[in-house]
Design a protein around this ligand. Structure first.
Ligand code: NAD
Length: 456
């Protein structure tokens, strides 16, 4: 029997003991995970530095801090979430009471990408454990050092029968997908998302697909241009643009375009210095393949800021591309790098129409001071989540679901939504034995008349 099969069997046996259904057990384990992350903070930071050249601040802000917050929030609310919830019962079922119980799925597979390699493996794990599941975590092979520390932490805190780590590339992924899990939580590209869903369908395994795509950013003529420039530059070039919710491209009203471009250049210099390729501020591109792909995309339109790169360090300077059309290569795939293509518009209606013609994005950002325009945009455009007058930050609010729609994915997580994702809601109606209303039993005679009075 393969090692993988054995791990899954061990997990099934452990799940069968009912241990993970105990909320106190889950909380103890989540706290142990929290302690271990804190203890290994330096190692996580150095792994993220090695994989992506992330600064300590960025790593804490977007990886470690988010996971610790997720654990803190989950531990605080879990006892409440796990309680059976009483709901109303229609009069026709009198006398009875109705409850929703949440129950774990069983053994869950979590597959994560390389761009926020720590957060995107650990945050779903927190939800899966909170829900009372056993887990197999498969971190990305590209972010090698972070996967190593993830494995170390998980092995330190959990036995394999509860949480296991599988390392490796496509071959390991494929064999994992051949196995029957009770839930699959996948974060990655729409292309691999399709492969995952197809494999899951063979076992009728439910899936969450956290995918990507081209997230638009719109700046209209009423926007606070200086602030827009600052927040766009921050969101776009965070992690060198390798962020699933990064503003992929910019649509700006022609009357404010010149000012916005000027301000964005100013902020690129303020954030990354005159020579961004030098120094430690700029994260690197994950590998040569993606680096070369991005250099190819950089040939679209013409460069109005940045454009520099270093093959040696795999860094690309924050770059703005102007004179872009929808036919350019940079507009035909998710960029996932520090290149910002800019297009101008005249009529707001046309902008939303063109966004709607394309696959539904994971995020949408709109800079405006007009409440009317804001309401129009939210009503018109379909997308996973987004911000008015900012970028990225919506994902750090645990009170809001995070996930895509259509081509950008299905299912959502963070906070209570993670708990809901990783649990099945079991409906239970409890009937009293004191009275037994004759109405529902045959022969029905005149029952229909009475039934129509009750069920209108
Ligand atoms: P990817 O889809 O290439 O890889 C994700 C995982 O799938 C990796 O573990 C990889 O080993 C595996 N994989 C790759 N090819 C496979 C195959 N043919 N068969 C089976 N498994 C395979 O994605 P990536 O390059 O790691 O990450 C970038 C993508 O992820 C972008 O599209 C980005 O938008 C998306 N993303 C989404 C979110 C989100 O939360 N929605 C977060 C981060 C990244």
């Amino acid at each position: 029997m393969s090692e993988m099969k054995q791990t899954i069997m061990l997990q099934r046996a452990f799940f069968g003991t009912g241990k993970t259904k105990d909320v106190a057990f889950r909380i103890t384990k989540l706290c142990a995970l929290q302690d271990s992350i804190k203890r290994h903070e330096e190692e996580i930071l150095s792994a993220l530095r090695l994989d992506l050249n992330k600064s300590a601040f960025e790593s804490y802000e977007t990886e470690i801090g988010i996971v610790l917050e997720e654990i803190r929030y989950t531990v605080k609310h879990l006892p409440g979430w796990a309680k059976p919830r009483r709901v109303k019962t229609p009069i026709i079922h009198f006398p009875s009471s109705s409850y929703i119980y949440t129950e774990p799925y069983g053994s869950v597979l979590i597959m994560s990408p390389w761009n926020y390699p720590f957060q995107l493996a650990m945050a779903p794990l927190v939800g899966a454990l909170a829900g009372g599941n056993c887990c197999v975590v498969k971190p990305s092979e590209y972010s090698f050092h972070t996967s190593e520390i993830i494995e170390k932490i998980i092995r330190e805190v959990f036995r394999e029968e509860y949480v296991a780590v599988v390392r490796g590339g496509r071959a390991q992924n494929r064999s994992l997908l051949d196995e029957k899990f009770d839930y699959i939580f996948f974060t990655g590209s729409p292309k691999v998302g399709r492969i995952v869903m197809e494999a899951a369908s063979r076992h009728l395994t439910p899936v969450s697909l956290e995918l990507g795509g081209k997230s638009p950013c719109v700046v209209d003529k009423t926007a606070n241009v200086k602030l827009a420039a600052k927040r766009i530059v921050w969101g776009k070039f965070l992690n060198a643009g390798q962020t699933c919710v990064a503003p992929d491209y910019l649509l700006v009203h022609k009357s404010v375009k010149a000012e916005l471009m000027r301000e964005m250049k100013k902020y690129i210099t303020a954030f990354y210095g005159e020579y961004p390729l030098e120094g430690e501020k700029l994260p690197k591109i994950i590998n040569e393949k993606h680096f070369e792909r991005l250099l190819g995309l950089m040939e679209s339109g013409h460069i109005v800021a940045g454009g520099g790169y270093s093959r040696e360090s795999l860094k690309i300077a924050p770059t703005i591309l102007d004179d872009i059309t929808w036919e350019d290569a940079v507009m035909r795939e998710e960029i996932f790098g520090p290149l910002l293509p800019v297009m101008e518009f005249d009529k707001l209606k046309d902008v939303f129409a063109v966004i709607e013609e394309h696959p539904k994005p994971l995020a949408f950002y709109y800079f405006t001071t007009s409440k009317k325009n804001e309401a129009y945009a939210i009503r018109t455009v379909s997308f996973g989540g987004g911000c008015i007058n900012d970028t990225i930050i919506h994902l750090s609010n645990p009170n809001m679901p995070f996930g895509g729609v259509g081509e950008s994915g299905m299912g959502q997580y963070h906070g209570k939504n993670s708990y809901d994702t990783f649990t099945h809601q079991k409906s239970m109606m409890k009937k009293s034995n004191l009275v037994d209303v004759y109405l529902r039993y045959p022969p029905f005679k005149k029952h229909l008349k009475i039934l129509k009075k009750v069920m209108r």
